[in-house]
Design a protein around this ligand. Structure first.
Ligand code: SF4
Ligand code: SF4
Length: 204
């Protein structure tokens, strides 16, 4: 039997994860803030110095959660990969932003999906808000200092070149200025060190 959403939320919170969307029997999980990064960096996956600590942590923790709650686990990566873009849109808590990437009702442009729990039965529908992009003055479209991320698209090579240069140190250490310009992102207490980690991985 599928547990109540409150039971799922409580079990996820024990692992510093939040329910960030529900669609049918699929419950999407993302970092619970504040505190996710501080907890994650104490995990064995972070401390062992091996590659891909975030994905390995997600795999272990969400697989254990799924076992405990009678669900299957789904991830944005690896052999159990699902279409998280579509699931996020279907959940009604994330939308396409003017700069192309997803914007989430709570996390804004800092949204991140670590995995999902898939139950046999659908959960009751959850009330969902409207997109925060209406109305919004769209600072995400103009915040990139080199115009690499605008309503016209994302120039990834230009972005990478910038963050690899001294002028791009702020993006590299604290995260993308365009994502940080979103007023919804600004209410979401993500540790800048987490954004810096993802930027370093992006740079390769
Ligand atoms: S800055 Fe405004 S328009 Fe851009 S993603 Fe955030 S809410 Fe939407
Ligand atoms: S990381 Fe910096 S350079 Fe790249 S798109 Fe974001 S603001 Fe622009």
């Amino acid at each position: 039997m599928t547990p109540d959403l409150s039971e799922i939320e409580a079990a996820a919170a024990h692992q510093n994860l939040a329910v960030v969307g529900v669609t049918g029997g699929t419950v999407l999980l993302g970092p619970l803030e504040p505190g996710f990064w501080a907890a994650f960096t104490k995990s064995p996956e972070w401390l062992d110095g091996q590659p891909d600590p975030m994905d390995r942590w997600s795999d272990r923790v969400i697989s254990q959660l799924a076992d405990g709650l009678g669900a299957d686990a789904l991830f944005p990566f690896g052999p159990k990969a699902g279409n998280f873009l579509q699931l996020a849109l279907d959940s009604g808590t994330a939308w396409s932003s003017p700069v192309g990437m997803l914007v989430h009702c709570d996390a804004g442009l800092m949204v991140s999906y670590r995995g999902a729990l898939v139950f046999d039965e659908a959960l009751p529908p959850v009330a969902t808000p409207g997109t925060p992009c209406i109305p919004c003055e769209r600072p995400c479209t103009t915040a990139c200092p080199i115009g690499a991320l605008t309503a016209d698209g994302y120039d990834i090579p230009a972005c990478k070149a910038h963050i690899a240069s001294p002028a791009g140190a702020d993006c590299l250490e604290n995260g993308c200025l365009a994502r940080r310009a979103c007023p919804v992102s600004q209410t979401f207490a993500r540790d800048p060190a987490q954004s810096g980690y993802h930027m370093e991985r992006f740079l390769g």
